[in-house]
Ligand binder design. Structure first.
Ligand SMILES: C[S@@+](CC[C@H](N)C(=O)[O-])C[C@H]1O[C@@H](n2cnc3c(N)ncnc32)[C@H](O)[C@@H]1O
Length: 351
């Protein structure tokens, strides 16, 4: 595949405002700048798999440099966002997005469904009504519009709360709630992000449990697995802004979704052992697996992610690289660890 060592950059800034990744504030999103730095080191013409693709940062960045990428995640909202980011611009039509809003405006007052209690208390009533009007046309939206709709929900939740919440974490309700023009936010999301859609896309996005990766990805078919896996029980990928979307869409029970996700410390090791074997199976001989992990602070001290994964299975990594952050850091571990974060990148080869 490639026999050089990957180079990690010390990041001063992690967000690229001029990219599609701001469409939704997905929890645990990897830095797009960091992802691109890694992807730029891969040979062209490979098949890349991100088996925990979340909001599709790695898949979308790979697609941008012409690498065929497959993303897998078991969180339906992550799948919607990944599909939105990787939809071909050939299917984008600004008039269609306008049409969705015009239809939403015409819905009679008495036909507007009431928003579920939990999200409703966080929105100005007029904003909530606009969200529920547009929701009625969700099934008519294309993948990109669905992502923009979810992104506009998150942005409006922040707006109604006077932008006092961070871009990836919600806080207490800020009374009096501010009225936000939700249709305007939807348009903003569409207009800001659609110019980043690519015409030629061959990414694949699958909703599946990575513990059963071989059920959907053929053995010996992938050149590089590059991913930021779920990390212990630190993050609930159905929480914060994603929780708003789940509760508003009222389609899935969050407790059911959580059962299909690896986010419990008690079973984490066993789950990840299974995942490692699945990954090894889908890699081609000579293929590489690259995990971006990090330090995890527990009551017994700090667990070094590189050491943890090295000891997890009988598959010796080629090397582990570690770096700290200066200036700014990626959103992945900071608030969780409350410590000077070190991040490790582990590289394995399938021999
Ligand atoms: C650290 S996040 C990845 C974030 C991603 N790199 C991004 O930029 O958005 C880990 C992801 O693993 C997913 N996940 C957890 N358990 C899973 C499982 N059993 N199968 C598939 N995906 C899973 C979560 O839904 C979450 O999106």
């Amino acid at each position: 595949m490639f026999d050089y060592e990957v180079v990690l950059k010390q990041l001063q800034s992690v967000n690229n405002p001029n990219s599609i990744h701001g469409i939704f504030p997905y929890r645990g999103k990897i830095s797009a700048i960091d992802a691109r730095n890694m992807i730029d080191q891969f040979p062209k013409g490979i098949c890349l798999l991100d088996p925990f693709c979340g909001s599709g940062t790695i898949v979308a960045e790979a697609q941008e440099v012409g690498i065929r990428a497959i993303g897998v995640d078991n969180n339906p909202i992550a799948i919607t966002i990944s599909k939105a980011k990787t939809m071909s611009s050939k299917f984008f039509d600004a008039n269609h997005a306008d049409l969705m809003v015009r239809k939403a405006m015409r819905v009679g007052e008495e036909e507007v469904e009431e928003m579920a209690d939990w999200p409703r208390k966080h929105f100005h009533p007029k904003t909530a009504t606009q969200i529920m009007r547009l929701k009625q046309f969700f099934s008519e939206m294309n993948d990109f519009e669905k992502g923009a709709f979810f992104g506009a929900i998150a942005l409006s939740a922040r707006g109604c709360n006077h932008y006092k919440w961070s871009s990836n974490q919600i806080g207490t309700i800020q009374y009096p709630l501010r009225e936000i023009d939700f249709f305007g936010k939807f348009h903003d999301k569409v207009n800001k992000n659609s110019p980043h859609l690519l015409a030629d896309t061959d990414s694949e996005i699958h909703q599946h449990d990575t513990r059963g990766l071989s059920e959907i990805i053929p053995a010996n078919s992938v050149d590089v697995v590059y991913t930021s896996p779920p990390y212990f029980d630190a993050l609930d990928y159905t929480s914060y802004y994603t929780k708003f979307v789940y509760e508003i869409m009222a389609k899935h029970e969050r407790s059911d979704i959580k059962k299909g996700l690896i986010q419990k410390f008690s079973t984490y090791k066993d789950d990840m052992k299974v995942v490692m074997l699945e990954i090894k199976n889908v890699l081609k001989p000579g293929g590489k697996a690259i995990f971006v992990v990090g330090d995890k602070k527990t009551k017994d001290g700090v667990i070094n992610g590189g050491e943890f994964f090295t000891e997890l299975v009988d598959w010796e990594p080629d090397y582990v690289k570690q770096r700290g952050y200066t200036g700014s850091s990626s959103q992945i571990w900071d608030n969780v660890n409350n410590t000077d974060r070190k991040e490790q990148v582990i590289v394995w080869t399938k021999h």
